[in-house]
Each structure stands twice: as C-alpha cells, then as structure tokens.
Design a protein around this ligand. Structure first.
Ligand SMILES: C[S@@+](CC[C@H](N)C(=O)[O-])C[C@H]1O[C@@H](n2cnc3c(N)ncnc32)[C@H](O)[C@@H]1O
Length: 304
C-alpha cells in the first residue's frame, strides 16, 4: 500500500473555512473550500508556476476560482457536464454577469415566487443560470438533483430565504466576471478536458469527481451526473506528466486504485455538514507534504 509520511491526523487540524475567501456563488454538496489551503501549498511546492490549471469536474469551482483570483497559474480551465451549472458559469464569464446580478437583486424571495420561478421552463441560458442558482440556494443542502425538496424552516425560521444572500451573490458574481480573461469554461465531459491537456507537463490537474460507488455516500444522489469511471480516471491520470491532485472519500476501492497506480495518498480532516470530523483522501503524484499554507483553527463555520 502506498502511504505518505504526512499521514498524521492527530497533528493536522481541521481547516477553518471561515479563513478561506468564499468566491463561488454555489453552495456545493462536497464543496472543497476546506481544501484550499492545501491546494495553495501543493502549487507552491511544485517549484514552477503551472501554465494551465485544469479542474474538469468543477461544480461550484472554489478551487479553480481561488487559483484564478490569487493568480496561482497562468490560465485556469474548468469543466462541468451539468447543463444548469454550466449555464451559470457561461453567464458569469461571458458578458451576462450584470444581467444575472440584476435578476438576483430584484427577485422577491418568497416561497410562492420560488415555486413559480422554478416551475417555469427557462427560455434562455441566462434565465436557466438564474434558476439553477436559485434552486441551489433554496433546496435542502444545496442539492440540485431532481427530487430534492425546498428548505422548510431554514436558518432562524427564514425558510427559502435563509440561504439567499442577494448582495453577497452579486459581489461574488461580479468578482468572477472580472476574472473572465483568466478562466476558460467548457461544458461537457471532464474526460474531454483531460484528453486535451493530459500530455502537457506544464499543467496542474485538480480532480474532484462525483463519487458514489461504495463508501458512505453510496446511493446518495447529490448531482444529476454522478457516475464516473474511476478506473479509467486513475488510468488516465497515472500517465499524465503534469501534477495531479484528486480528492475522494476514504474507501478501500480508492486506496486500491491509488496503490495500483503508484499515487501518494494523504488523509485530510474536514467537518461534514453535521459538524463531525471526517477524513477525505487527497491522492496526488507529487511527493510533498500537504500541511496547509494558512494558519488553521479548530472550527469550521457552515458553508455559505
Ligand atoms: C464533487 S462535485 C465537485 C465539487 C467542487 N469541487 C466544488 O468545490 O464545488 C462533482 C461535479 O462533477 C460534475 N460531473 C459529473 N460527471 C461529470 C463529467 N463526466 N464531466 C464533468 N463534470 C461531471 C457533477 O455535476 C458535479 O458538479
């Protein structure tokens, strides 16, 4: 079994996500805000600045956004298969950000308005973007997969408005729009992005695929697109000359794949939505210790 000398869970504290700038407008189940200090550390340990930073399973894209905002790579390429999530990225990055901001700021957040808006067929990409963000903010746990219900009481009994921070969303969307010349967004299968970049030495890949096969998340439908061929993914990444970081639940299957392809694994603690400390696996092809680059604290606040 491949193990790292850095697996010292008793000494690694849970990252305080309140110390990490929140840049994504999404609340993402499985979001990686807690990993940001480790990503900074990983990139600075490489000894050369990546020409491209590729995140093929972007979701809320907190890692790619951080890399672009903190200027940690020349160019950031993010990909996502979900059409609604992709509409949000396209809208923010290709000229319609102000439309989206205005739509958010003038929306009257009542249960009736939410139900009416979400039951209307979106006719344009930007309206689909608005609906997707709204759904993400008003459905329980930010879950966007079909069948997820609307929040009932929410924070302080505020119901559907409890996670709808219009001004904050406006600020984040405008900040993302300003990064438009550094971020390229591609809608489609993440494997296509990997194919495009996998031969380049100058790339850093951050890979956070949906993982539902085995382990504690088995059977949970957090995303519409939740099936990925992990054998194929490990196979592809094992041949990449660039640097690779992947994150996964800690399962026997993933440990086996990492071992089979000579990847290094490290266990990193985070707090789940129930505030219990759980460990995730960081799988990489670089031999650096992943101590976070930021001071760490004991607590995590709820993700926003
Ligand atoms: C674990 S989430 C990523 C969360 C993200 N790291 C964040 O911090 O918000 C995985 C994402 O991959 C997307 N996805 C699933 N299959 C995909 C595929 N074949 N190609 C690209 N994206 C895919 C899902 O829709 C989901 O948004």
């Amino acid at each position: 079994m491949t193990t790292s000398p850095c697996i010292l869970p008793q000494r690694v504290k849970v990252v305080n996500v309140a110390s990490v700038p929140q840049r994504s407008p999404f609340r993402y189940p499985g979001g990686k805000t807690w990993l940001v200090p480790y990503v900074r550390r990983w990139l600075s340990s490489l000894g050369r600045r990546p020409k491209e930073f590729v995140e093929p399973f972007a979701g809320g894209g907190i890692v790619g956004l951080t890399v672009a905002a903190e200027d940690l790579a020349d160019h950031v390429v993010i990909g996502e298969l979900d059409h609604g999530v992709a509409a949000v990225w396209h809208t923010m990055l290709s000229g319609d950000a102000e439309w989206l901001v205005a739509r958010i700021l003038r929306f009257g957040i009542t249960r009736a308005n939410v139900v009416r808006t979400l039951s209307t067929q979106a006719r344009t990409r930007r309206e689909l973007a608005f609906q997707t963000l709204l759904r993400n903010r008003v459905q329980r746990g930010g879950i966007m997969a079909p069948g997820a219900s609307l929040v009932k009481n929410g924070e302080n009994g505020r119901g559907v408005s409890s996670r709808w921070y219009a001004d904050t969303l406006a600020k984040r969307i405008r900040a993302i729009a300003r990064l438009g010349d550094r971020i390229e967004f591609r809608e489609g299968d993440g494997f296509d992005l990997l194919r495009r970049f996998r031969h380049r030495k100058t790339v850093s890949f951050f890979i956070d695929p949906p993982y539902t096969s085995g382990g504690k998340r088995a059977g949970r439908r957090l995303y519409d697109h939740n099936q990925v061929d992990h054998d194929r993914l490990f196979n592809t990444m094992a041949k990449a000359p660039g640097s690779v970081m992947m994150t996964y639940d800690d399962t026997v299957e993933i440990r086996r794949l990492a071992d089979q392809h000579a990847f290094q694994i490290e266990k990193v603690p985070m707090k789940n939505t129930h505030h219990a400390v759980v460990y995730e696996l960081v799988v990489s092809n670089v031999g650096s210790c992943l101590e976070p680059a930021l001071p760490v604290a004991r607590e995590e606040s709820a993700y926003t």
